[in-house]
Design a protein. Structure first.
Length: 258
């Protein structure tokens, strides 16, 4: 135990001196407020299944170390906002939008014949029902990730990279299953290094503090130190550990009452 303790001490010391930290896949988060748009009576709601494709969206944005954090669902009852041609059409009373750096995402019946749209300066995203009915219900599982890319400052790319998540809808080879998304399967939903750099510069992202290697290592060493000291204390008192007590109960019955 002492040798293990000393070895770990050396490792932690080296990590502290070098300033290195343990690798962390997620360094930032983007908070999204999902809003389901229904008619004036609260019925005929868009996206009735409350689908977010959260796992698919996270898998795509894992390439940049960004976690997409969805808040609980809200509902907006406004028939006029169910079929829109601009995200500004959603800026009506009772729209359920939140402030700060939160991205407001409305799920509508239709958006001008497109799958969705985003307004970065207004922190607005609209997603149409056709995203979920696409390909006999398999769904365009990268559309939400695509629109959030626009929110983070990424434009459409040139039209020659169908596997890139920021390719336009008519050219992009859309993912219809999570197994198709990079690093698996067909490698769909890709982001370039330049795109990652741009996205990470967005003021909408919140940094996620990570414990340093020193903090984690020292916490582990303190635990091992406590365990070692306890064993020595027990040994000095002539007591037995529970496992030893069970093993030698017949030979040393007095040990159980110590």
């Amino acid at each position: 135990m002492r040798k293990i303790f000393e070895s770990c001490s050396v490792v932690v010391l080296v990590l502290c001196i070098s300033g290195q930290a343990l690798a962390a896949p997620i360094t930032h988060q983007l908070v999204v407020n999902p809003i389901q748009v229904c008619d004036d009576t609260g019925g005929n709601c868009a996206n009735p299944g409350n689908i977010l494709y959260e796992a698919e969206t996270d898998k795509i944005w894992d390439q940049s170390g960004v976690d997409i954090s969805f808040l609980s669902w809200k509902q907006m009852d406004n028939t006029a906002a169910q079929n829109i041609t601009a995200t500004s059409n959603l800026l009506v009373a009772g729209n359920q939008a939140l402030g700060g750096n939160i991205i407001n995402m409305w799920f509508v019946e239709s958006y001008a014949g497109s799958y969705g749209a985003a307004n970065s300066s207004g922190r607005r995203v609209a997603i149409g029902n056709n995203v979920f009915s696409y390909s006999s219900g398999a769904g365009r599982r990268d559309t939400i990730a695509h629109e959030l890319g626009h929110i983070l400052g990424l434009p459409h790319i040139s039209g020659t990279y169908p596997l890139n998540v920021m390719e336009s809808g008519g050219v992009r080879n859309a993912a219809t299953a999570i197994g198709q998304i990079i690093p698996d399967g067909a490698l769909k939903g890709q982001l370039t290094t330049a795109q990652v750099t741009t996205a990470l510069g967005s003021s909408y992202l919140e940094a996620i503090p990570e414990p340093s290697a020193c903090t984690l290592g020292i916490a582990g060493l303190l635990g091992m130190s406590f365990y070692t000291r306890r064993r020595r204390l027990i040994s000095r008192r002539g007591e037995l550990l529970p496992s030893q007590s069970r093993r030698h109960a017949d030979r040393w019955p007095s040990a159980l009452s110590a």
